[in-house]
Design a protein around this ligand. Sequence first.
Ligand code: AMP
Ligand code: ZN
Ligand code: FE
Ligand code: FE
Length: 283
Amino acid sequence: MRIDLHTHSNCSDGTDSPTMLVHKAIAAGLDVIALTDHDTFAGIAEAQEAGKRSGLRVLNGLEISTKFEGRSVHLLGYGCDPRNADLKAELARIRAGRTERLPRMVDNLRAAGIDITIDEVYAQAGDASAVGRPHVADVLVRKGVVASRDEAFATWIGEGQPGYAERYACPVEEGIDLIHGARGVALIAHPWGRDTRAVLTADVFERLIREHQLDGIEVEHQDHDADARELLFEMGGRLGLIRTGSSDYHGKGKVAHELGCNLTRVQAYNELVARIRRRGGIV
Ligand code: AMP
Ligand code: ZN
Ligand code: FE
Ligand code: FE
């Protein structure tokens, strides 16, 4: 069984529609994917319908942007009830924070001499439910300011760059509780990617398990080098965490994140599904 538990569609900042994503997952030889768009369930129904028609299992997922000690920490929620009122309200708040931030980013970029408007960003985002920096990056690419999303983040819109602006995010502890409140299972995505390795120590994981029943962590991820993967696998095993692997596929939006480039072991997947069932979530 080939299982990839972290993918994005154009309902957030991926570039494939949920249906296209399903077709590409089948072409990549996958049996199970989870659609985990940023801060929205908007693509789940379409992906699951496409999956049913073509024989791919699509697990209901979500990636929530939270914060911990001033750093952005991404939480994966699996099997949540999308109708849960508290989770729904928080997701709406996070998406409002995304929308509120965009004009400030556009102002910052304009002040730095870049010709860009908020209308161009919205045109680029299309029907996306969660609009984000990658859509700003795509405008910069289209205008020839930069060659890629990566370059846009590195020179214009990454933290500390001239176009960057902060946005609202809830504490990681609150995110875990909200996922559990919606009967889902909560995993920390790419815990040692980018700048979070320094703050997400073994002690922090132990506390999140003890006080918030954190369920697991992503281990096999492109943001982790071989050393990080080995240490996380060992630590996660010692702490009893579910350890997954995924591509974090974004279509054309992220290079070297091809579908199936990292996989989740069948045993970890079965554990995840069993835990969703125990919590009364959706499988
Ligand atoms: P936002 O959520 O709007 O702040 O944008 C952050 C999102 O942009 C992340 O969740 C990634 O999906 C994406 N991202 C971050 N850094 C890069 C990068 N260097 N290249 C492409 N996408 C990126
Ligand atoms: Zn993304
Ligand atoms: Fe992420
Ligand atoms: Fe992601």
